[in-house]
Ligand binder design. Structure first.
Ligand SMILES: Nc1ncnc2c1ncn2[C@@H]1O[C@H](COP(=O)(O)OP(=O)(O)OP(=O)(O)O)[C@@H](O)[C@H]1O
Length: 300
């Protein structure tokens, strides 16, 4: 069982943006979702763990590897899929993987074939292994990225917003690949898509403005909101009035002139509201909203 530990990690960019603000967290084997809006600091955190940039302060350990001081040790057991990656030559997926495996020092042909076949199978690319990677769709390229990092037999896999540009079918396939490898590695998936975490992750944290707002199993985080989410359908004209009177955490427009609002409250906000089952989106919005309120009234 592997464990990643971050202790008081902070980073302020030269322009004054505090991208990481005293982040401490422990992450164990399995699928971990790091959820946050654009600009939350997710990429900064992923790149820092991947040793691609240095924090201003803090410590990071993967088991007994001191990541910030033993970069090469970490890189040997790391698989990192960045938000966007390079251009591929016109080579088949299989040839390219053999080439990468050779670069990694796997000189024994039989061993190399075994790991390349495994990587192609896990990522569902075996049937298209003879096609040029340059001609792959976005989703296939993402899966190829995973195949490539599996050659390392990594203990820690980091994927930074991998589903952002994928169509629903490709996204589904990609998540299935992650699900498959998540069982025996630490896999950290950064995303702003709540459903990615909902469908996949056994543990998660929410990051906003460089701060960790919540670290919980999705199932427990949803349970915490039981009996605290209230729904109501209103017409569009009344939106502003409800917004000023209630703690609305999300709104969903219907095809007619109405919209469904969801309100957070320990008790019913009013007779017209109905108690609704909480879901992971509620968890996300309740935390982001709470953070916003705290930022405007820091002393309360
Ligand atoms: N090299 C940099 N120099 C200055 N500011 C930066 C730099 N990189 C990121 N930032 C800022 O730091 C904050 C966090 O950025 P980061 O890319 O880590 O967030 P993110 O959660 O990954 O967002 P996104 O989903 O948009 O990629 C943002 O305000 C961003 O503008």
């Amino acid at each position: 069982m592997n464990q990643l530990r971050l202790l008081n990690v902070s980073k302020t960019y030269k322009n004054g943006v505090k991208a990481l603000d005293d982040v401490s967290i422990e992450i164990n084997s399995g699928m971990f979702g790091l959820l946050g809006p654009n600009g939350a600091g997710k990429s900064t955190l992923m790149r820092t763990i991947a040793t691609l940039q240095q924090p201003d302060s803090g410590e990071i350990y993967l088991d007994d590897i001191d990541i910030l001081n033993q970069k090469m040790e970490l890189r040997k057991v790391l698989g990192y899929l960045p938000q966007s990656f390079g251009v591929y030559p016109k080579l088949s997926a299989e040839k390219l993987l053999h080439y990468f495996a050779e670069l990694k020092g796997l000189s024994n042909k039989a061993e190399r074939k075994q790991i390349v076949d495994y990587a192609l199978e896990v990522t569902n690319l075996y049937d298209v292994k003879n096609k040029h990677v340059a001609g792959y769709s976005g989703g296939m390229k993402q899966r190829f990225g995973i195949a490539q990092l599996l050659l390392n037999n990594p203990k820690l896999i980091i994927v930074d917003e991998p589903t952002a540009g994928l169509d629903p079918a490709e996204r589904h396939r990609f998540l299935n690949v992650l699900r498959e490898i998540g069982t025996n590695h630490i896999v950290i998936l950064s995303t702003h898509i709540v459903d990615d975490v909902k469908e996949l992750c056994t543990d998660m944290a929410i990051l906003n403005g460089g701060k960790l707002l919540c670290h919980k199993k999705p199932i427990d985080a949803v349970l915490d909101l039981k009996d605290k989410i209230w729904g109501l359908t209103i017409d569009r004209e009344s939106v502003e009035r409800y917004e000023s009177e209630y703690n609305i955490i999300s709104t969903n427009y219907n095809q007619d002139n109405s919209l469904n609002i969801r309100v957070y409250g320990e008790t019913s906000p009013g007779d017209e509201f109905m108690k609704v089952e909480p879901d992971l989106s509620d968890v996300y919005f309740v935390h982001l909203k709470g953070d916003e309120v705290e930022a405007t009234n820091p002393q309360s």
